[in-house]
Design a protein around this ligand. Sequence first.
Ligand SMILES: [Zn+2]
Ligand SMILES: [Zn+2]
Length: 231
Amino acid sequence: MPSWGRADLHTHTNASDGWPTPLELVDHAARRSRLDVIAVTDHDTIEGALRAAEHAARRSRLQVIVGEEVSSRDGHIVGLFLERAVKPGLSAAATVHAIHEQGGIAVAAHPFWRTQRQRRTTPVHGVGWLAAELGFDAIEVENATPGFYVFNQLARRLNMGLGAAETGGSDAHIVDAVGRAFTEFPGKTPAALRRAIEMGETRAGRRRYRAVGLVRYAAWGLNHQRYVVAV
Ligand SMILES: [Zn+2]
Ligand SMILES: [Zn+2]
């Protein structure tokens, strides 16, 4: 029986709206966390993930999965193990299909994150109950964004009935958040993680923030009002 590894399957860089560069993200995760694997999942691009993977391959034992958080018309969907970017704006069903078509893994990210709709055009962030209807390989049941406790509870409850693999990802936009939610799996490599997702053997968990991390997250949020949650 292999020992268990730990992955953070949801992180952002400055290739989208995160603060760290891909290199800073990798260096921080390699030096300051217990993570074996991270997935870099910027909004609607894989450029940061490709740079992070290249950097990690040269310089660290940490392994990087190329991913993308795709803005589907119905909410955010994380694709893992991607070779090409998936275009935003498709339906959730078409997005899951596009991820599978290139051999990727489709994860329903924070499925129950709904921001208050001030305007009719305000985006809905999670795919909601579509998480149960479409062919997702995994449900993100731990997301470390401050204030997401209830959303995580709802996702766990949904997945109790569904029995998909569970994942945890920090949704880090600042380095303090990296590893605050994580996915444990038998083995240490991206290939082992992929197998664990396919077999439904993953375990999602989380660690508390240091106070300074919460303060930095608040500072990041002030610059990204559209992502701030009203709970
Ligand atoms: Zn999201
Ligand atoms: Zn995200």
